[in-house]
Every structure is written in C-alpha cells, then in structure tokens.
Design a protein around this ligand. Structure first.
Ligand code: BGP
Length: 490
C-alpha cells in the first residue's frame, strides 16, 4: 500500500517571499515590502519610509518574477503534480481599492498557471499570503474596516473569473489563525493588515514584536476576515461548482508538558485558541463555544458578530482543510520551564525531541497525531499538508554540490508518519506540498540564510548573489520519493 494514485505531490511558496520585482508592471506596495530582515534572536523590523540604504528582502526576493519558466521546469523535473503559490493581491489591485484590475499582473499569473499546466501540474493558489496592499493598511486599517471585505471579494472574483477552467484548487487566507498567535504585531500586520495609527507612518525601525495592538480591533478584524473568506468560498462555487476551496491554518500542535490535569487543560485551551477557533468557523460554519468564553475573558465586545454574518459564515464553509506543520510545542500551567527559542513558534521545551537551528521542535510523529486529530474533528473534510519543511543553513562545496542530509532526514520522517496516517489510520489526505522547495525569503526572520529548498539560490542576506539556481542532494531524493509514490525514501 502507498499513497493514493491521485495524491498530489509538490511544493509551496508565497509571492512576496519568491518573486521580487516589487514595483514592476504596475504592482503596488504590499505589507511585506515594508519589512527588513532579522534573525533567530532578532525580530524583523517595520520601516515604511523606504530607506535606500536598508535591505528589504522582498523587493528582489529570489527573482522568480523573471525566472518562473526555469523554476517551474525544475519543479517538473522532480515530478510534481501540484504547485502551491500565491497571487500577490497588489499585482492585481495595486492600491487594493482600485476600480479596474492591473492587466499586467493578471497576465503574469496567467503565464505562471499556463506554465504549470504545460508541465502537468495543478496550480494551488493562495489568494492572500500576508500580502495586503499597503494602501489598505494606511487608508482603512486593513480588515478592521468592513469595506476591505468587499475589496477582497472583488479581487478574488477577478481571479476566479480570469483563471476559471485552468485552476481548480484555491485557498483564501494563508494561516488565518496567525491573528491568534500572541496579541501583538506580527499577527495583526501579516494576517489582518491592522496597525495602530501611531505606528503606520513610523520614521524609525520598529521590531514587529513591539508594534502596538488592541485585542478588540484584532478580533473584529479577524471576524471580518472570516466573513470575507466565507463570501469568497460561496462566490467561487457559484462561478464554478468544481472549485475546491480551502482554508489554511498554521497548525500549532500542542502537547501538555506533563499529565498534571492543569497542564492538560492548559494545552487544550491553547489548542482551541490557536487552531480550533479558526478551523471550526471555517469548516463547521460557526463560532465554537470556547470562542465566546475567550471573548468574555479578554473583555471583547463581540456584538460585531451579527446574525447576517453568522449566515454568511454558515454558507461559506470550505471544501478542504489545509495546514502548515513544522513543529510541536508543549504547554504547562504548573512549571517554570525553559521556552524554546525562535520566532513565531514558541513553547515549553519538549525533552524528547530535537530542534532546528531556529528553535523549532522537530516532531514527525506529531504530524501523524495532527492528521488524526483533524480527521476526528472534521471527519467529512479532506485534508492537505500545504507546508512542511526544515529551515537550515546550507553549505556550497567547492565543486558546487550541496549536501543536505538533515533536510532529507526531516522530510523522510514526516512522510513516513504521513503515510501511516493515510494507510493505517485512514485519514483522507489528498496532497503534500513542502515549504520553500526553492530557497526564498523567510517570513519569520526575513533571512535568506534560512533555507528550505531542494533548489539552492545564490542570494544572501547582504544583498549579494547572482540568483543562479542549483540542485541540492534533496532535489534528487524528492524526485525519487514522488516517482515511487512516497515509498522509496532512502
Ligand atoms: C509559514 C508561512 C510561510 C513560511 C513558513 C516558514 O508560517 O506560511 O510563509 O515562511 O511559515 O516560516 P519561516 O519563513 O519563518 O521559516
């Protein structure tokens, strides 16, 4: 037994982390264009008054915009049947609130889609991967303003109509639950396009972790994003009933650190807030009871959830649940323990697993556990792992080769656990796309040194490099994995 014959194998990227060409062919500025890089110990900083001496990693990224044919040919060489990428909203509506879409942007993605189809790859498109047009942040405070719902729906309608017949798989918002990760900066800005007015026009660098936020505004904006997503799902099905439209959750898999009942309850609470609140709204079509408990605890006035919105959310449930999985974390309410290092993903250290150089705890069995957990929770919904991978430092040898056994080891172990979930546990998993199959800009740190790729890109954090591509050992390994339907993993 192996994975089903029609199982989708491929890789996943985001426009802002890959394309570069940040102002080319009419594109407007979007949120990531305002961010500088950091590293494992230093958060990324926000600086909207573009400083010509600073290195903004997304501005050129790894230049996919000019090299997509070469890159897609390399993906095809590995035997991919799916390519997950995002459309940068600001290429289609440069200001977000424009009357007419930008034809050059639409044409660019049509070319990318056609290139995928030429190579027998299904495009899987994320409509918003942290890429809100900057103008919507400045003018409307992102999803805090309900008018942004309509702008998003109009943008998605434009994409659905233009690419109808060529694209079947769509995701509305990347990691919509990032808004639930801490109450501060990164979740608000990346996820919702929400900023405190006093930060928007800063003339100095502000670490993302220090951006101001307000829980009432965050929750209202997240609600508006749920409404936007549900409207888009409904509209997509009206345009083409065969569309498969998914949500996308950053799955923060949570374990209690001990079997102390207080730890169990703390872990359950965190899993509910982090993962299940968003998942339930988008899959089940209603807010779970613990969401209201959370609102009350935080003093959030949730009268923004109107009866009309509840109806919209009910009618716009997703066709598949897709998620990213990198690591698991422990939670404790009883002990004072060391926290894991690293950005975005934090928790109490698990003594039984190792961690990446960025402090993310490596836990392949956690993926099997997660798949089972999700299938139990949403028994009628197909699942897809749309991000999984290891960010690591790579070394180019003198002869140009790149040996990355650590990456192969990480992926092999996760694929084995995924296979057990499918074969032995009966989880309806329909596909797997590794994160960053070609080196790209890290979302969390803005680094290029945090590499995930099967394909190495000569581009560095000081802005040097000629963007040339080369195959790492893992490239040949993944090709073999796909050829054998996930059976030959040596
Ligand atoms: C997810 C994002 C991606 C990606 C990935 C790896 O949260 O959807 O955009 O970047 O994490 O994270 P990082 O780039 O911080 O290593």
């Amino acid at each position: 037994m192996s994975f089903p014959k029609d199982f989708l194998w491929g890789g996943a990227v985001a426009a802002n982390q890959l394309e570069g060409a940040y102002l080319e062919d009419g594109k407007g500025l979007s949120v990531p264009d305002m961010l500088l890089g950091g590293d494992v110990n230093t958060p990324r900083t926000f600086l909207p008054k573009t400083d010509p001496t600073a290195f903004y990693p997304s501005h050129e990224a790894v230049d996919f915009y000019h090299r997509y044919k070469e890159d897609i040919a390399l993906f095809a060489e590995m035997g991919w049947t799916v390519f997950r990428f995002s459309i940068n909203w600001g290429r289609i509506f440069p200001n977000g609130d424009d009357e007419q879409p930008n034809e050059a942007g639409l044409q660019f993605y049509e070319n990318v889609i056609d290139e995928c189809l030429k190579h027998g790859m299904e495009p899987l498109i994320t409509l918003c991967h942290y890429e809100m047009p900057w103008n919507l942040v400045v003018k409307y405070n992102g999803f805090a303003d309900r008018r942004v719902i309509d702008f998003f729906v109009k943008y998605c309608k434009t994409c659905f109509e233009r690419y109808n017949g060529k694209v079947k798989y769509w995701l509305t918002f990347n990691e919509i639950n990032i808004a639930m990760m801490g109450e501060g900066g990164i979740g608000n800005l990346y996820g919702l396009g929400v900023m405190d007015p006093s930060d928007v026009n800063a003339d100095h660098r502000i670490p993302l972790s220090e951006l101001k936020s307000d829980i009432q505004v965050t929750m209202e904006a997240l609600h508006n994003e749920f409404v936007a997503s549900a409207k888009v799902v409904k509209l997509g099905h009206e345009i083409n009933p065969d569309f498969m439209i998914g949500n996308m959750i950053a799955h923060g898999t949570v374990y209690p650190l001990t079997c102390h009942p207080k730890d169990i309850l703390a872990a359950q609470y965190q899993a509910n807030m982090l993962n299940n609140l968003c998942g339930d709204v988008q899959v089940r079509g209603e807010y779970p009871s613990f969401a209201y408990r959370f609102f009350k605890e935080k003093g959030v006035d949730y009268s923004f959830i109107t009866e009309e919105d509840k109806q919209i959310i009910k009618e716009g449930t997703v066709d598949m649940y897709t998620f990213s999985y990198y690591a698991s974390n422990c939670v404790t309410a009883t002990q004072d323990v060391e926290e894991t290092a690293g950005n975005m993903v934090r928790g109490a250290k698990n003594p039984y697993v190792s961690a990446s150089d960025w402090g993310w705890q490596i836990d392949p069995e956690g993926l099997r556990y997660t798949l089972n957990l999700l299938h139990e929770r949403y028994p009628h919904t197909p699942l897809m792992v749309v991000e999984n991978g290891l960010g690591a430092f790579d070394k180019v040898e003198e002869d140009g080769s790149i040996h990355d056994p650590y990456r192969i080891d990480y992926l092999r172990k996760h694929i084995i656990e995924m296979r057990k979930a499918v074969e032995e546990d009966g989880v309806p998993l329909i596909g797997y796309t590794t994160w960053g199959p070609i080196d790209l800009v890290s979302a969390g740190t803005g680094q290029l040194a945090k590499r995930y790729g099967f394909i190495y890109v000569d581009r560095h954090d000081d802005g040097t490099g000629d963007f040339s591509r080369s195959r790492k050992d893992s490239f040949y390994w993944y090709k073999k994995c796909i050829e054998s339907q996930g059976m030959d993993l040596d």
